[in-house]
Write a protein that binds this ligand. Structure first.
Ligand SMILES: [Zn+2]
Length: 157
C-alpha cells in the first residue's frame, strides 16, 4: 500500500493521500491478478502514481474522472520498469492474457524524457482488456491497440 499512496506532490502540499478502506479488496485483486504477473515478467515495477485523492489529482492535473481516484470497483496505477515500456506493453497486450481493464502506453509531456513515459493500467471486476497508445492526460486522443485473446476463450465444438 505504501507504494500505491506515495506521492511527492502530496507530501510537499501536506495532503493525506490515504485511500478509502473500501478500496483495499479490489486493490488486492489487482495485485494478485495483474501486477504480480507483470512483475514476474518484468522483474521490477516502480509505481509512479497509484492512488490519488481528488485534491492530489487536481494538483497533478489529472482529469476529474481519472481512474487513479480509486473506488471499491476500480483501481489504477502508472508504472515504470527497468526495461523498455514497449516490451512490457507488448507482452501485456499480446501474450499475458491478464484481466486488466485498460492498459495505456503513455508518452509524457517532455519529448524523449523517458522517465516521463509510463504504462497506465487499471482493473475492474468486469475487465475490458482495452489497450491504448497516447500522451498523458489524453492530450491528443488515445489510439486503440489490438489485444490478443487466449485460445482457451475459443469455445470447444
Ligand atoms: Zn495513469
Amino acid at each position: 500500500m505504501r507504494e500505491f499512496i506515495y506521492s511527492r506532490t502530496a507530501y510537499l502540499a501536506g495532503i493525506d493521500n490515504t485511500p478509502p478502506p473500501e478500496c483495499v479488496d479490489i486493490l488486492k485483486e489487482f495485485c494478485a491478478k495483474v501486477l504480480e504477473p507483470v512483475r514476474e515478467f518484468a522483474g521490477t515495477i516502480l509505481i509512479a502514481s497509484g492512488y490519488r485523492c481528488p485534491e492530489l489529482n487536481r494538483l497533478v492535473h489529472g482529469v476529474p474522472t481519472s481512474e487513479h481516484i480509486w473506488t471499491p470497483d476500480r483501481v489504477a496505477a502508472d508504472l515504470h520498469f527497468a526495461m523498455l515500456l514497449e516490451e512490457v506493453f507488448d507482452w501485456i497486450c499480446k501474450k499475458s492474457f491478464l484481466p486488466f481493464d485498460q492498459c495505456i502506453l503513455e508518452r509524457g509531456k517532455v519529448p524523449d524524457v523517458e522517465t516521463d513515459d509510463c504504462i497506465h493500467i487499471s482493473y475492474t471486476r468486469a475487465p475490458r482488456r482495452m489497450a491504448l497508445l497516447g500522451e498523458t492526460h489524453n492530450r491528443s486522443g488515445y489510439q486503440r491497440v489490438p489485444v490478443l485473446k487466449p485460445t482457451s476463450e475459443v469455445k470447444d465444438v
